[in-house]
Design a protein around this ligand. Structure first.
Ligand SMILES: C[S@@+](CC[C@H](N)C(=O)[O-])C[C@H]1O[C@@H](n2cnc3c(N)ncnc32)[C@H](O)[C@@H]1O
Length: 294
């Protein structure tokens, strides 16, 4: 492997491979700390996903160590070493074009998720324009895709909608495009909220959605909602479920995502305690999502 001081090109290409279960977290870290864009190489049948990004050659040394320590700090059985991060000089900034060319639109039934520079001739799709720099909510992660499926199936025109843990706003933009009214989102991460405001501008739905930094207390201010989606993690969902339930109208729908198949039992117990016995579970790639009918 090349050492930091041996690099000579204007840019360096950094590549690594991580398990698919942690790729969004690692991508988030890279985007927040190192590069504003990255390329994912998803090989069918493999549990690993390749991540590639480009840095100017004058980046301070030591980023590899911090990246490798961060990956090892994530709860995972994966053993990652500093040598797992490969560096290569690239002579010029042709990678910008390479990066743009590598991002393909994602089609999920009648929804397409695309970067701003890719156009879709077929106008029948619900078009979600997402800047790939905004890591969580790219539409590649199963937890997002399961929420999209639940929204596609159950959201009705005119429903009020709350997006808890909105990330880059992908789900609330979908809801607004499906003609939900009073669409609101919250995230504890102010960077996510900045990203969400950017997403609604490029999707031309800025006047239909509001975001605030925070959590379920934001929903409580103007409750109840017809449709409540929370794509977070099991622990947070269990902790907040009573309040989420309370923010949802009788007859309304609650979508819970960010859950692994092994989380089904604890979530079912929680729903039972709250008197919720009408729900459906959908799954993809080891991830599950509940659609609760209140
Ligand atoms: C898995 S991402 C979901 C992003 C987007 N909604 C999607 O479906 O792709 C989870 C988001 O929840 C946010 N989050 C984590 N804990 C939270 C909490 N207690 N309240 C609100 N947001 C939270 C994180 O900052 C992150 O942006």
């Amino acid at each position: 492997m090349q050492n930091d001081s041996e690099r000579t090109g204007k840019y360096i290409e950094v590549s690594l491979a991580v398990p698919k279960s942690i790729d969004e977290i690692v991508c988030n870290y890279i985007i927040e700390n190192l590069a504003s864009g990255l390329i994912l190489e998803d090989e069918e049948g493999s549990d690993l996903i390749g991540i590639k990004f480009y840095l100017p050659d004058n980046i301070p040394p030591g980023f590899q160590k911090e990246l490798y320590q961060y990956i090892n700090s994530i709860e995972s059985d994966f053993e990652f070493s500093e040598n797992s991060i490969r560096l290569k000089d690239v002579p010029d900034i042709e990678w910008v074009q390479f990066f743009r060319d590598s991002i393909q639109p994602i089609f999920l039934d009648d929804v397409v998720i695309r970067p701003p520079w890719v156009s879709i001739p077929n106008k029948d799709y619900i078009d979600l324009i997402i800047e790939p720099k905004m890591a969580f909510g790219t539409g590649r992660h199963e937890s997002t895709r399961l929420c999209i499926r639940a929204i596609q199936k159950h959201l009705k025109e005119g429903d009020s909608f709350f997006d808890l843990g909105c990330g880059n706003g992908i789900l609330s933009v979908l809801a607004a495009k499906k003609k939900a009214t009073r669409v609101k989102g919250a995230d504890i991460d102010p960077i996510a909220i900045d990203n969400a405001w950017e997403t609604i501008v490029i999707n031309n739905v800025a006047e239909k959605i509001e975001y605030e930094t925070g959590s379920v207390e934001i929903a409580e201010k103007e409750k109840p909602y017809d449709f409540f989606v929370a794509n977070i993690i099991k622990e947070t969902i269990l902790e907040l479920y009573d309040r989420i339930d309370n923010c949802t109208k009788p007859g309304g729908i609650i979508v819970l995502s960010g859950l692994l198949a092994k989380d089904e039992g604890p979530i079912v117990s929680k729903l039972k305690k709250c008197g919720r016995d009408s729900y459906e579970i959908i799954n993809e790639g080891g991830w599950i999502a509940f659609t609760v009918f209140k």
